[in-house]
Design a protein around this ligand. Structure first.
Ligand code: AMP
Length: 203
């Protein structure tokens, strides 16, 4: 089962992709996380795009994604979070794999901006918190692995605005391509409620 999660920044798609991946026992692959885990020269190159809120070039992104999904742990399927981000990437993906389901999580921009502005994440285990609606038990410490939490460099007002524009102009048009395998869920609900709706709709 190969599944794509698509939604604007702050919609909770990463959180939901992680929940479903654990249930289905398949890897959750976030291209954003893959980029944030890079080191050296390549990291500097990639960060110059990410920190401005721009997309990393398609060839580089697709190369890194392709390497990841060719690993042994992906043989029974995987969940893609943050890829494809435009029609060109969707076309490249089509050449290397078959997608069985696409889950869209919707959220309006005003709420998305509010959520991203109060988001902090764990670099080690990837858990995402919201300082207002879903705070960690101890201030700035991950509940899950006790690592210090951090605010992403691209979660600043200018980059957030640009990322949302890119989502509407370049990413959401690809939903049309996946019409026959698409399910949509309202992201303005409790985390558990959204997870349940996704389960139901994928059943
Ligand atoms: P995310 O963690 O999904 O919000 O991604 C963080 C940043 O990584 C994005 O704003 C882009 O700069 C970059 N990125 C992640 N996925 C892609 C992709 N599929 N194509 C191009 N850039 C990406």
């Amino acid at each position: 089962m190969n599944i794509i999660f698509i939604g604007p920044q702050g919609s909770g798609k990463g959180t939901q992709a992680k929940i479903l991946a654990e249930e289905l026992k398949i890897p959750h692959i976030s291209t954003g996380d893959l980029f944030r885990g890079l080191a050296g020269e390549l990291k500097n190159e990639v960060d110059s795009y990410i920190n401005q809120g721009s997309l990393v070039p398609d060839e580089l992104t697709t190369k890194i994604l392709k390497e990841r999904i060719s690993k042994q742990d992906c043989k029974n399927g995987y969940i893609l979070d943050g890829f494809p981000r435009n029609l060109n990437q969707a076309g490249l993906l089509e050449k290397i794999t078959k997608i069985n389901k696409v889950v869209e999580i919707t959220l309006d921009d005003k709420l998305a901006i509010q959520r991203i502005s109060s988001r902090i994440s764990c670099k080690k285990c990837g858990t995402v918190y919201n300082l207002v609606t879903n705070p960690p038990k101890r201030k700035e410490i991950c509940d899950n692995c006790q690592t210090e939490l951090y605010r992403r460099a691209d979660d600043n007002p200018d980059a957030i605005k640009k990322r949302l524009e890119t989502y509407h102009n370049e990413t959401s048009p690809i939903l049309q391509k996946y019409k026959s395998v698409l399910v949509s869920v309202n992201g303005d609900q409790e985390i558990d409620k959204i997870a349940e709706e996704i389960r139901e709709k994928l059943r």
